[in-house]
Ligand binder design. Sequence first.
Ligand SMILES: Nc1ncnc2c1ncn2[C@@H]1O[C@H](COP(=O)(O)OP(=O)(O)OP(=O)(O)O)[C@@H](O)[C@H]1O
Ligand SMILES: [Mg+2]
Length: 623
Amino acid sequence: MDTIRKLLSHLGEYRRPALIAPLCTLVAVGMEVLIPYIMAMLIDQGISKGDMGKVWLFGGIMLACAFVSLVIDSASAVFGSRASTGLASNLRDALFEKVQTYSFSNIDKFSTAGLVTRMTTDVTNVQNAFNMSLIIATRAPISLVASLVMSVVISPKLSLVFIAAMVVLSAALIAIMLKAMPLFGQVFKRYDALNASVQENVTAIRVVKAFVREDHEDQKFTHAADEVHDLFVRAESLLAFNNPVMGVAIYGCIIALSWFGTHSILAGDISTGQLTSLLGYVFNVLISLMMLTMIFVMVSMSAASGQRIVEVLEEEPDIVSPEDALTEVPNGSIDFDAVSFQYRSGDGEGQETLAGIDLHIDSGETIGVLGGTGSGKSTLVALISRLYDVDSGAVRVGGNDVCAYDTEVLRDSVAVVLQQNTLFSGTILDNLRWGKPDATLEECQAACAAACADEFIDRMPDGYDTMIEQGGTNVSGGQRQRLCIARALLKRPRVLVLDDSTSAVDTATDASIQRAFAEQIPDTTKIIISQRVSSFGSCDRILVLDAGRVVAFAPEAKLIETCDIYRDVHDTQNKAGAGADFDKLEGIAYDPISQRFDPAFASELPFEVDPAVEVELARKAGE
Ligand SMILES: Nc1ncnc2c1ncn2[C@@H]1O[C@H](COP(=O)(O)OP(=O)(O)OP(=O)(O)O)[C@@H](O)[C@H]1O
Ligand SMILES: [Mg+2]
C-alpha cells in the first residue's frame, strides 16, 4: 500500500487523466448495466403488448446507451494509457535523476545490471499494472455490484442463483490463481537473470569472443531462456483452466435461471422481460468476477517491481555535500590520518581494504604508488576525491577534510583518470570538453599535446572531430588512455591521479607524458599508480602498498636500499628490459598452434607494444 502511494506520487501532471479514466469507465459501466433493464421494459411493455411505439422508443434508448458507452469507454482507454505511460516516464526520469546522485557504494549495492532492469522491465510492469487498474479495476467491481443490485431489484429469489454461482466460481478462480502466482513470481526473477546475461554479454562481447566463449555463453543464455519458457508454459496452462470454469459457471447459471425463471413466470412472480434481463446480468457479474481475479494477479505480480523501484528512489545517496560547504580547494596537499576503509559489498566485505594509513603529501609533489593487484591502490585514491567515505580517520585535501568540500568542487580539483576509464559516444572534442565544457580548441590541443595524444589525433581523417563510438571502441587501448589523461588535464586540477592510466602506453611515450606534466602543471600534485617501475622516473617519492597497508614511502633511491618488495620488483623489471610489457606479451601474444610468440599477434593487442620488446620477443621466438 505504502509502495503504491509512493509510486503514485510520481504521477505529477498525469493526475488528471488518471482521474478521468476511471470516471469515464464509471459512466460507461452505468450505461451497460442499464441496457438489460431497458431490454426488459422493451419486451414487457413493447413486444408482449404489441406496442410498436414502445419498441422503437426503448430500442432507441438502448442503442443510444450502447453508443455512449462505446465512445466513453474508448475515451477511458485513451486517458488510461496516457496516465500510465506518463507515470512510467516520470518514474524513469526520477530513477535516472536519483541514480546520478548515487555514490560508488550506492551503485555497488544495486549493481549496474540491477539498476538497468529496474529502469526498464520493472517500470514497464508497473505501467501495465497501473493501466489495467485504472480501467478494469474500476469497471469490474462497479459492474459486479451494479448488476447484482439490479438483479436483486428484479427478483431477490432468482438472484440466489447468481450468488451460489459466484461463490463456486470465486473458489475455483482463486485456487487457480494461487497456484499460478508463484510461477509468475519466479518468471520475473528469471527475467532478471536473463537481462543480466544479455547485458553482460552484449557489453562484453569482445571479451567473450577473445576467449572463444560464444558457445558457453550461448548455452548459458539458452538455459535461462528455456527456464523462463517452461515456467510460462506451466503458469499459462493453469490459467487455461479459467475459461472452461467460466463456461461451466455461466451456462450453469443460464440453465438454472431458465428453469427457475420459467416457474416464476408461470407463477406470475416475474415477467418474461425481467427474466431476459437477468440472463444479461449473468454475463456481467461472472465476467467482472474473472476480471477481478486477473487484476489481483497482475497487481501482485507487479508489486515486486514496484518495490524494487521504490528501493532505488528511497536509497539515500551516502555522499552528499555539507550545508556550508567549502567552494575552493586552496592547494594540492593531501593528508591521510589513520584512515581505515572497508567495502560494504562484494568480496571485500568483512575485511579492511585499507588499514591505518598515515600519509602526508605536499602540494606539487609527484608520488608513485606501487603494490600487487588487490593491495588497495585504487581504493586509496578513490578516497581522495571522496568517491567513498572513510570508516575511520580522515582524508584532507588542501588542509581541509574532504567531507567539508562541496563534492563537485572537490572532484573538479581532484581529477582521477580511473583504471576502467570510459569515453562516451561523440567527437573527440566533445569527450575532451567533458572535463571542461568551455575549453577552447587551443586548450584542448595543448592538453592533448601534454598527454601525447596529438600525434594520433592529427593522423585521423577528421582530426578533433573524429567520432568516438560508444565505449570508445574505435580507438586503441593506449589511445583511449591518452585521451582520458588529456580530458583530466583540461580541468587544471590541484591533484591529478593516474590509476594505472599509462599501462597500455609504451615506455617512451609514458616518459614524455610525465615530462610534460612536470613542465606544464608543476604545482599540481600528481599521483601515479603503476605496475611498472619505469613509470616512476619523475616521482619525488614512491608509496609501496601491500594488503591495504603502507609498507614504505620514500624516494626511489632509498627504497632500493631499504624496501625488499620494491627492490625485487625493480630488479625483475629492469632485468627483462621493459619488464612488465615483456611478461604481459609473452603470456598473450603467442601463436596458439606453435605456442610461441608471434609478432603478428602483437599488432592485434589492445595496447601498444614497445618496439624494443617486440624485437626481443621475436628473437626469442626464433631461437
Ligand atoms: N567496489 C568494490 N566492492 C567490493 N570490494 C571491492 C571493490 N573494489 C575493490 N574491492 C576489493 O578491495 C580490494 C582492493 O582493491 P583495489 O581495487 O583497491 O586494488 P588495486 O590495488 O587497485 O588492484 P589493481 O592493481 O588490480 O588495480 C580488493 O581485494 C578488491 O576485491
Ligand atoms: Mg586498481
